[in-house]
Design a protein around this ligand. Structure first.
Ligand SMILES: [Zn+2]
Length: 151
């Protein structure tokens, strides 16, 4: 028994803790995309928008429906540009920062189980791969070992 007063972990917490490798995550900014009505019951409100954690295939379909982009194609393009995405997976620092009005429209992310055979950061723990689309049109990516990023 735990006497912790904390609320039970949500799928969003579990994803960021590397406990949902079979699921995909996405964040949808309320001013840019918003959550489709059909997903309101599974979306978690994070203030600036909503986050969703869904089984891989289903998540990919939903992502494509709401953004018009295939998630793996989007990730492939975003991979070409490195940027900082917050551990919250709902914000980041746009690498094309020539104005102060940049904000993240949406984020797509998945996690990978620790894999010593691959080496590098993959041997250090579970890895979160995140891909962001800025409102200016720039896309960028980031990755980190679970638990090693504070912001
Ligand atoms: Zn930007």
């Amino acid at each position: 028994m735990s006497d912790s007063p904390e609320a039970p972990a949500t799928p969003y917490d579990q994803f960021r803790a590397g406990e949902r490798h079979d699921d995909v995550f996405f964040f949808l900014h309320e001013d840019a995309v918003g959550a489709p009505d059909a997903l309101q019951h599974v979306a978690e409100d994070v203030g600036t928008g909503v986050v969703l954690v869904l089984p891989g295939d289903r998540g990919g379909e939903v992502f494509q429906k709401v953004t018009g982009l295939d998630p793996m194609e989007f990730a492939g393009v975003a991979m070409d540009t490195e940027g900082h995405i917050d551990a919250s997976l709902t914000a980041g620092d746009c690498p094309s920062r020539d104005a102060d009005s940049h904000f993240v429209k949406f984020v797509f992310a998945f996690s990978e189980e620790e894999n010593p055979e691959v080496g590098g950061i993959y041997a250090e723990g579970d890895v979160i791969h995140a891909y962001a689309a800025c409102n200016c049109g720039t896309t960028y990516s980031d990755k980190w070992v679970v638990g090693e990023r504070d912001d």
